[in-house]
Design a protein around this ligand. Structure first.
Ligand SMILES: [Zn+2]
Length: 322
């Protein structure tokens, strides 16, 4: 029987887990609530239980486990350094060794967006790509870079923080301490805040209908629908977001000359309304490198990029160890 790997995507509210083979064929998968208030030990216990349940259902043990975590990781030691969005912040938790002991197999950790990048490279849009960049457009903006077929990690596993490149020198303050980062201008909350402002100003009648006047229901997806139904001001806001993203993409294109740029995350679900504008603006801005063959695409794996990336991580590490 073919070897199976477990992929775990640890999020602030949900843990997704899948058992799959090295080609990314999922055999079993499940999701549980993170319940992160209970602390790292309890969360890791529940992840171990989930992996064991999936293994029992599949009637085979995973050869290794990969896990994406939302923050900074010491990749070699398997130590979580800092998870800003989880209670207790998970400072210096040896999650890799702890989980490995519970499961009796090797466990490999990586930042969650770098993990999703690996998933997209192995099983998604990047299947034939050599050099690519991945932008995860969600609550924040995460990123990952692949150069010559290799995920670029850097000494701290922090290379590829594409959301924290400066786009506006005097722009809004960012959680990282800088001002005008791409994340402050083009993340889900940044776009949604602009939608809510337009809702209150009376400049977004279609959006008002769609969310029944409730600002809490404004999402990038609703804004895309409103723009397509005639809300000019909302369309302008989306185009501004696309322009900021295009500046971020153009910076990456002139730096590493990728053949592929992939967008994932909730904001990317606006699809071609956003992407076409980004494509045009990138071509307008990048003049030193031919862009005819540059592909700018939506993630093919969607919200499975995380677990499949973790499977790819486990499979890759296993094949390198043997
Ligand atoms: Zn920043």
């Amino acid at each position: 029987m073919e070897l199976l790997y477990a992929g775990v995507d640890l999020g602030g509210t949900t843990v997704a887990c899948a058992l799959a083979d090295a080609r990314g064929q999922i055999v079993q998968d499940a999701k549980i609530d993170t319940q992160s208030h209970a602390g790292p030990e309890a969360v890791l216990d529940r992840i171990a239980t989930l992996v064991k349940e999936l293994s029992q259902a599949a009637k085979t043990e995973p050869t290794a486990v990969g896990m994406g975590v939302p923050g900074l990781v010491d990749v070699d030691a398997g130590i979580v350094r800092f998870l800003p969005n989880l209670p207790t912040n998970w400072r210096d938790v040896p999650a890799g060794p702890m989980l490995s002991e519970k499961l009796g197999c090797p466990v490999w950790l990586l930042n969650d967006v770098r993990t999703a990048t690996l998933g997209e490279l192995a099983f998604g849009q990047g299947a034939n790509a050599d050099t690519m960049a991945f932008f995860a457009l969600g609550t924040g903006i995460g990123g990952g870079i692949v150069i010559d077929g290799q995920l670029r990690l850097g000494p701290l596993g922090a290379a590829g923080e594409l959301g924290h490149q400066t786009i506006l020198p005097h722009g809004p303050p960012c959680g990282c301490g800088n001002r005008g980062c791409l994340e402050t201008l083009a993340s889900g909350p940044a776009l949604t805040a602009e939608g809510v402002r337009l809702l209150h100003s009376g400049l977004a009648p279609r959006l008002h209908e769609l969310v029944e006047g409730d600002p809490g229901r404004v999402t990038p997806k609703q804004m895309a629908a409103a723009a397509q139904h005639g809300d000019e001001a909302v369309l302008d806001a989306i185009h501004r977001t696309a322009e900021y993203l295009a500046i971020g993409v153009a910076n990456v294109v002139v730096t590493i000359h990728p053949e592929l740029v992939v967008f994932g995350g909730g904001v990317a679900q606006m699809g071609d309304l956003l992407l076409d504008r980004v494509r045009q603006a990138v071509r307008r801005r990048v003049r030193m490198i031919p862009t005819e063959n540059l592909r700018i695409e939506l993630s093919r794996l969607g919200n499975r990029a995380g677990v499949l990336g973790a499977v790819a991580l486990a499979a890759q590490k296993t094949s390198r160890e043997t």
